[in-house]
Design a protein around this ligand. Structure first.
Ligand code: AMP
Ligand code: MG
Length: 403
């Protein structure tokens, strides 16, 4: 049996990113960048106006007073997308719209509402300083500067920067495909009457939803009985995925066949059994390049195994270089205790206290099959290996679900 930290260290050491592919920006949201991207051009690409107004020479307005306005004759107009080469000479101005290129000769912009248009002239009642309301070429980004580093996930903000720089295609890591199999002769899908001794399968919907929250694609292989050949057949059907998750049948009972079946299919064991509660019999292995996990069937064991190991592994496979499980700190609202030397994960509800600090309240019921407690929880309080008791008020690690 190895510790949670040792298990994660082994996964990290073996997790290399999936192959790189080129994607059009429209199809790259949520993918992780596989290249450093440098700016192909300045942003903005040319000096332009930040306001609707008048492009003019500041020097023409030094004498402007409310009682003695300066008059500049309007010699043209330039809209966004337009261009003018005609020089703004002394005593003249060009009407300009937001985003339009500044005409040559002009060195400042007067806001539309600050000038009065009369007889083809704009009347100006106060001095306009040089450089007002001008967005300078390159003030945002200089050509050649690094825009984005590899390992960053492409969100709306980053895609916006790439698009504005004229980049239409990027190199990204392929996203993971995860397949999912529930094993257990007792399992019945909801919507079907329950025979004696049967229970409803919940692990598939739970894992499928957690996988969905990572945005990678999930292939559901359904339910199979605790029968080695049925398991072998179902597993063979799921081997096109990057990560295969199998729930149930991975412990030491007479009908726990998953590990043996996987070994016969050529699995190399990375680890089996982790010093954690719930979730001890967790199995991690490789089938060639693919990852396979045997998650203990108890619903909360499944969830903890997913959040502690599989979710951060998926992010690493997809190119996030330093993906880690989602731990934060919170104040324990109620004391907790345990008897063994494993790391415990207790279902808890985390919420901000009035002072803004996070507080974690463990659910009243604790246990690897307490479904109501799971439904009340949005996190797990982590009780470290070397602690038997943690009093209320102490700061603890919490492992959070995505909100
Ligand atoms: P196992 O890991 O197969 O020993 O299963 C441990 C416990 O989890 C047993 O009580 C199973 O009935 C239960 N269990 C296994 N698979 C599921 C599932 N898909 N949904 C809900 N409970 C399950
Ligand atoms: Mg079982």
């Amino acid at each position: 049996m190895i510790s949670v930290d040792e298990a994660w260290t082994k996964i990290q050491a073996m997790a290399s990113p999936l192959p790189i592919e080129r994607r059009r920006l429209e199809e790259a949201a949520g993918f992780v960048l596989a290249e450093q991207v440098r700016a192909p051009m300045d942003l903005p690409p040319f000096d332009n106006s930040a306001m609707d107004g008048y492009a003019l020479r500041a020097a023409d307005t030094t004498a402007a007073r409310a009682e003695e306005p300066v008059k500049l004759s309007i010699v043209g107009e330039v809209a966004a997308g337009g261009w003018t080469d005609s020089l703004v000479e002394a005593g003249t101005a060009v009407k300009i719209m937001t985003g339009a290129a500044l005409p040559p000769g002009a060195d400042t912009v007067l806001m539309l509402e600050d000038g009065r248009l009369r007889n083809g002239c704009v009347e100006i009642r106060a001095t306009v300083p040089v450089g007002k309301h001008i967005r300078r070429q390159g003030e945002d980004v200089r050509q050649g500067e690094v825009l984005l580093e590899p390992g960053l996930r492409l969100n709306a903000q980053r895609l916006g920067l790439l698009a504005n720089s004229g980049i239409a295609e990027v190199k990204v890591f392929r996203r993971a495909v995860v397949s999912l199999l529930a094993t257990g002769s007792e399992l019945t899908p909801p919507g079907t009457p329950l025979a004696p001794g049967q229970i409803y399968d919940s692990n598939r919907i739970v894992l499928r939803t957690l996988i969905g929250e990572t945005n990678c694609s999930c292939e559901d292989l359904g339910i199979v009985a605790d029968d080695p050949s049925a398991i072998a057949q179902a597993v063979s059907g799921g081997l096109s995925a990057d990560v295969l998750l199998i729930s149930g049948g991975v412990s030491v009972g007479a009908h726990d066949h998953v590990k043996q079946v996987l070994l016969e299919l050529g699995m190399e064991t990375v680890f089996w059994r982790v010093a954690m509660k719930p979730g001890k019999p967790l199995l991690c292995g490789r089938l060639g390049e693919r990852w396979v996990f045997g998650l203990p069937g108890n619903p909360i064991s499944c969830v903890v195994g997913f959040l502690v190991f599989i979710e951060p592994l998926i992010r690493r496979l997809e190119g996030e270089q330093d993906a880690q499980p989602h731990y934060t700190r919170a104040l324990l609202k109620r004391g907790v205790s345990k008897k063994d030397a494993r790391r415990h994960f207790m279902t808890a509800h985390v919420a901000p206290a009035p002072d803004g600090r996070l507080e974690a309240t463990p659910t009243e019921k604790q246990g690897s099959a307490m479904m109501q407690a799971l439904a009340q929880a949005n996190a797990f309080v982590v009780v470290p290996e070397d602690r038997q008791q943690i009093p209320a008020g102490e700061e603890v690690d919490v492992l959070r679900f995505r909100e």
